[in-house]
Design a protein around this ligand. Structure first.
Ligand code: DGY
Length: 340
């Protein structure tokens, strides 16, 4: 009898690779590079696969699922986001989906704080001036490169899951004044209290659900996008949202580029309608050419989707992805499974 086939679309970090390789009862077909596997390679190799381990750049759609055929039991995604996966399709085919939502919380929350400070304190603009040799022409003076301050700010979240709550935990140390957040059920509290910050005044800072996106936009000094990309959150931060934000406020996106309408953001920054932005993600990434209009915005800091890019986090994501793949094949409990 032939061995069950698993397809893995990247080379994995040492420990996770060893864990995968130790399964001699599997036929492992793996793209042997850190760079994305071409779609054609994935389609060619998916035939008769029982499991596929993918990255957020690999689309799981009808074409792939039907190419794999009836042997396909499980998809394991090396990510917290699942917007690259047609979840309804997997459900209808009884295919399980593993993901890594807990592994990267701290790393992404750290980066969220970094981007917030960079946007408020004009980090990108300040560094560019030094690198461009402009410092000699701008000796210290009281208003040089001034910006808003995190202490005393109201911070608004779109989406209030683990990463957002881990960010709040950090921001409390900076003396923020208030936190408002919008979930997919406006006006209702978060489904889960991950750090004991919610419900019953456990924190001295008010942390309250907002009734609408308008409330988050108009009240916040910092707006943090932390929600999943779905048809209802696509371009949630668009022209109207940005028009309601304070002129002194900054926008931070650590979720998915598509939640923010890039053209509207460029226009708002260009016209000084908001103070700045800190982005880990952008629509159309990684195709951001040198002449992209967002790169002309001095008050926008853009980094290339590095939210989870710490060594321990990526090691854990890799290990959990392999464990989820194996559990999916064997009908066992995954480390984290999407409830389809
Ligand atoms: C994910 O896993 O979805 C993150 O965006 C990676 O940083």
């Amino acid at each position: 009898m032939s061995k069950p086939k698993v397809v893995v679309t990247r080379k994995l970090i040492d420990h996770a690779q060893a864990l995968l390789d130790s399964n001699k009862d599997l036929e492992i077909v793996q793209w042997d590079s850190e760079k994305p596997a071409p779609r054609e390679w994935l389609l060619q190799n998916a035939q008769n696969a029982s499991g596929i381990l993918v990255m957020l750049t690999d689309k799981i759609d009808t074409e792939l699922v039907s190419t794999a055929g009836s042997t396909l039991k499980t998809i394991s995604s090396f990510s917290v986001g699942t917007d690259h996966v047609d979840t309804a399709l997997l459900k209808s085919h009884n295919i399980r989906l593993g993901y890594t939502p807990t592994a990267l919380t701290d790393a992404v929350a750290d980066l969220t704080v970094m981007l917030t400070l960079m946007a408020q304190r004009r980090g990108g603009e300040a560094m560019a001036k030094v690198l461009d040799g402009e410092w000699p022409q701008m000796p210290w003076h009281p208003l040089l490169m001034t910006g808003p301050q995190l202490g005393g700010s109201t911070v608004g979240f779109l989406g209030f899951g683990r990463i957002a709550q881990a960010t709040v935990k950090r921001l409390l140390g900076f003396g923020v004044k208030k936190v408002v957040y919008l979930t997919s059920r406006p006006g209702e509290g978060a489904r889960e209290d991950h750090y004991g910050l919610l419900g019953g005044g456990k924190s001295e800072v008010p942390i309250q659900p907002a009734k609408s996106w308008e409330e988050v936009a108009s009240e916040s000094d910092v707006v943090i996008v932390g929600c999943a990309l779905t048809p209802s959150t696509k371009h949630l931060v668009g022209k109207e949202f940005l028009a309601k934000m304070k002129k002194t406020a900054v926008l931070v996106n650590i979720a998915r580029g598509g939640v923010v309408d890039t053209d509207a953001l460029v226009e708002a920054l260009d016209q000084d309608r908001i103070f700045g932005a800190g982005l880990d993600v952008i629509e159309g990434e990684p195709n951001v050419p040198k002449d992209h209009p967002i790169l002309k915005q001095k008050r926008c800091v853009l980094v290339p989707h590095i939210g989870s890019a710490t060594v321990p986090t990526r090691e854990q994501m890799a290990e959990e992805s392999v464990k989820n793949l194996l559990a999916g094949l064997r009908g066992e409990e995954m480390v984290n499974e999407v409830k389809l």
